[in-house]
Design a protein around this ligand. Structure first.
Ligand SMILES: NC(=O)c1ccc[n+]([C@@H]2O[C@H](COP(=O)([O-])OP(=O)(O)OC[C@H]3O[C@@H](n4cnc5c(N)ncnc54)[C@H](OP(=O)(O)O)[C@@H]3O)[C@@H](O)[C@H]2O)c1
Length: 245
């Protein structure tokens, strides 16, 4: 099967949590999934687990890496990853900007550490912007128009905002603005760009007490990547419904 005939998706931070579940579900939708991870060991392990379900064989060349090493907080790593990917595939149908960090769950705006704010922005806001820029040449080659899904959070919705996790929340508000900017710029190029709130999900980030399983957290992301109308773009979506910014 040629790469052109196959839908290909890249997911960042896909070695665990919501990202891994999105990868698993996209494999079952028939996608070839490029599993992005910043740690080689964790990425390889997760990719091997997924490969047992048939997700990777067409992308691997002679036992080459079955995942894409990409640290979204490191611009050089993003550039390297884009080059590596362009050597493996000739297009990208779906980009899921999933990787994210939450380091200030116990802080409030009056006391949040500036270094934490900077690091959180570099990962949660600037990271998806740079990854999208770097992958754009491949996305523009998608035969039926590409889809970009930015994994945001209700914590970033201005209408719902509380004092919780200021760095994280503000970084997700700004990520939503990144979504709007790319959606407007890429609409004429047939690329849909949306933000998703996955809900509160049981992962390393969400904790054991979260009400949602990863399957539910991944559902709207996978829907936007596959079955959602291509005309749906520039929106914030939760449970397959448009919500307020
Ligand atoms: N869980 C929730 O309740 C919830 C709610 C709303 C939104 N979200 C959003 O959903 C997304 C996934 O979260 P999750 O709950 O699945 O969290 P998670 O289990 O902590 O997974 C986060 C993933 O992001 C990766 N990552 C972090 N920084 C990275 C970097 N610089 N470069 C590449 N990868 C990086 C992590 O890699 P390592 O394994 O190397 O750390 C991990 O694979 C995040 O954007 C999060 O903000 C989650």
């Amino acid at each position: 099967m040629s790469a052109t005939a196959t839908r290909i998706a890249l997911i960042t931070g896909a070695n665990k949590g919501i990202g891994f579940e999105v990868a698993r579900q996209l494999v079952s939708h028939g996608f070839q999934v490029v599993l992005g991870a910043r740690r080689r060991d964790a990425g390889r392990q997760a990719a091997a687990e997924l490969a047992q379900n048939g997700g990777f064989d067409k992308l691997t060349t002679g036992g080459q890496t079955q995942f894409l090493e990409i640290d979204i907080a490191n611009p050089a790593s993003i550039t390297r990853a884009a080059k590596q990917l362009a050597a493996l595939v000739d297009h990208l149908d779906v980009l899921v900007n999933n990787a994210g960090i939450l380091e200030d769950g116990k802080a409030t705006a009056p006391d949040v550490d500036a270094g934490v704010v900077r690091r959180t922005f570099e990962t949660n806001t600037l990271g998806p912007l740079l990854v999208t820029q770097a992958m754009l040449p491949l996305l523009l080659q998608a035969p039926d128009g590409a889809r970009i899904v930015n994994v945001s959070s209700g914590a970033g919705a201005l209408g719902e905002m509380t004092s919780w996790a200021p760095a994280y929340s503000i970084s997700k508000t700004a990520l939503n603005a990144v979504t709007r900017q790319f959606a407007a710029a890429l609409r004429p190029r047939h690329i849909a760009v949306n933000s998703v709130c996955p809900g509160w999900v049981r992962t390393a980030m969400g904790g054991a007490g979260a009400p949602r399983a990863v399957q539910q957290g991944a559902d709207t992301i996978v829907w936007l990547a596959t079955e959602a109308p291509a005309s749906l773009t520039g929106r914030f979506v939760r449970d397959r419904k448009v919500i307020g910014w």
